[in-house]
Design a protein around this ligand. Structure first.
Ligand code: 13P
Length: 252
């Protein structure tokens, strides 16, 4: 019913030449594979070459952030129009690294999400608890707050475009993955909440990715869970074979 979606979040990795080489490798690995939606979220400086490389392929182009204003005095920021011009169709919003190191809040996540949707881009909105929050038994509460605030004011067709990534912060880049049961529990909880916010029909269609040390050897089991619809991949997306193996693991 929901088409799985596997996205690579390259973070601050790969120069243009390196990006071109990596995408050539990924393209060869996943050529003709259409049952999984595949996205490469590359650094801003790679968007141009990546957009050229991915034209006409089964891999969509994604960015890692977006500003909410159309234009203006916002040094260091990038607008929806700038992204669209380069062929971007997906944008990661509110990644925990943005929240942790760059002061991103639920409110700024909400503004960026609305701006992306208004421009016809598909947001991948990231949520997830820290280790301290999990150990304090606050996982559900934290994720619920992030979802409610980050998605406040979305209406109608917005929900069809939305992708959510549940990324427990303690699992990112640590080699510690949430167990399938832990991940499924939070995903189910997010979907219940979406039912309340968007209605049952929309909630049943929204893809919820898992992220946090997803690798070829754990992807299949995680994505086989009823409410896990793919992955947002950091480290393992920087190598064509491991990223493609995760994509293949998402085939249902
Ligand atoms: P890793 O796959 O490197 O743990 O990163 C996950 C992530 O943050 C994707 O956005």
């Amino acid at each position: 019913m929901r088409k799985p979606i596997v996205a690579g979040n390259w973070k601050m990795n790969k120069t243009r030449a390196e990006a071109t080489a990596l995408l050539a490798g990924i393209k060869a690995e996943v050529a003709g594979l259409s049952a999984v939606e595949i996205v490469a979220c590359v650094p801003f400086t790679d968007l141009d070459v990546a957009g050229q490389a991915l034209k006409g392929t089964n891999i969509a182009l994604g960015a890692q952030n977006i500003h909410w204003a159309e234009k203006g005095a916002f040094t260091g920021e990038i607008s929806a129009a700038m992204l669209k011009e380069l062929g971007v169709t997906y944008v990661i919003i509110g990644h925990s690294e943005r929240r942790q190191y760059f002061g991103e809040t639920d409110e700024s996540v909400n503004k960026r999400t609305k701006a992306a949707l208004a421009a016809g881009l598909q947001p991948i909105v990231c949520v997830g608890e820290t280790l301290a929050e999990r150990e304090a038994g606050q996982t559900t509460q934290v994720v619920e707050r992030q979802v409610r605030a980050g998605l406040a004011g979305l209406t109608g067709a917005d929900w069809d475009k939305l992708v959510i990534a549940y990324e427990p912060v303690w699992a990112i880049g640590t080699g510690k993955t949430a167990t399938t049961a832990q991940a499924q529990e939070v995903h189910a909880c997010i979907r219940r909440l979406l039912g309340e916010l968007a209605g049952a029909e929309a909630a049943a269609q929204i893809r919820i990715q898992y992220g946090g040390s997803m690798k070829p050897d754990n992807a299949k089991e995680l994505i086989s869970q009823p409410d896990i619809d793919g992955g947002l991949i950091g480290g393992a997306s920087l190598e064509a074979k491991s990223f493609a193996d995760i994509v293949r693991g998402a085939l249902r």
